[in-house]
Design a protein around this ligand. Sequence first.
Ligand code: ATP
Ligand code: FE
Length: 354
Amino acid sequence: RVILGLESSCDDTAAAVIRGTPGAAVILSSVVAGQADLHAPFGGVVPEIAARAHAEKLDGCVAQALAEAGLTLDRIDAVAVTAGPGLIGGVLSGVMCAKGIAAGAGLPLIGVNHLAGHALTPRLTDGADYPYLMLLVSGGHCQFLIVSGPDDFRRLGGTIDDAPGEAFDKTARLLALPQPGGPSVEAEAALGDPGRFPFPRPLLDRPGCDLSFSGLKTALLRTRDAVMQDGRLKRSDRVDLCAGFQAAVTEVLAEKTRRAIAEYLVSEPETPLLAVAGGVAANRPIRAALERVAQENGLAFLAPPLRLCTDNAAMIAYAGLERMAAGAVDDMTLVARPRWPLDRAAAPMIGSGK
Ligand code: ATP
Ligand code: FE
């Protein structure tokens, strides 16, 4: 099967074409058009600007994805699109574009949960077998999931406030580093001393695998103000602040992952696997720490290549492929959902609700 995927839930407009079957798919093309330049003057993503930019860029991304795959629409078997969660204007732009393509070309339409796209990425990149333990760690989310099927996610725990990606972005803003914050903070942290500023490790004293990151930014702000002189921050202080912040995030993620692994292993999976996905999984020290935790516990470890950690449409096309293979196809009644939890217990309805 050949699937065209569309993604527009945040500030990346993306289109991709994949071919294959569940657990054995190849990416024929994956086009991502960022909008960082449009939002840069505002210090964060402006939803209205994002929605308009998606509407403008989607057609071009689709055309480019088809061209790079060397295919025309008549060779496509279905259109998959992110139907939520995310900024509603952007999601609507994508859903309307996908409906137009599906109606025009007479193709099945498949609504995909953006988080399922991230969570199924190890199946796309490495054909990972179910059930695996997924740490989904991104700009808006942080959760441990046992993934047992394309629509079978059990949430073990997650952040009770901010997502780590958001904390990286806020840290960058507080330290006058460019957005998105993750890569810029990671680069600065590599030059700093992680031990100089001991930032809090929230919730480590509590059982379970819930996490918290909001206290970290308050601590960072206070420490920054304490070391600033005449409103100026020295480079050496900035790299140490970044290193201390990143070390705290890394340690919390690593320890909570140990606890999630213990819960996951209760079900005695045949080939235990820890996989990570989402933008923060692009962070090299965090990946390395999680890989060590996996090894210590006898689990295999998978982290997608960096371009498949952050938002892309290949993961959406792949999640669509899995849903289609499971017989879950939508129609023109597909709606955009700003909120859409993955866990079945929290979200009994999928796609258009059928
Ligand atoms: P969600 O998937 O939760 O809806 P999103 O789609 O905005 O949110 P992603 O695109 O998966 O999130 O990830 C973007 C986030 O990842 C940003 O917050 C960014 O700062 C962070 N990020 C990207 N690269 C790195 C890195 N190297 N280190 C840490 N964080 C990073
Ligand atoms: Fe995402």
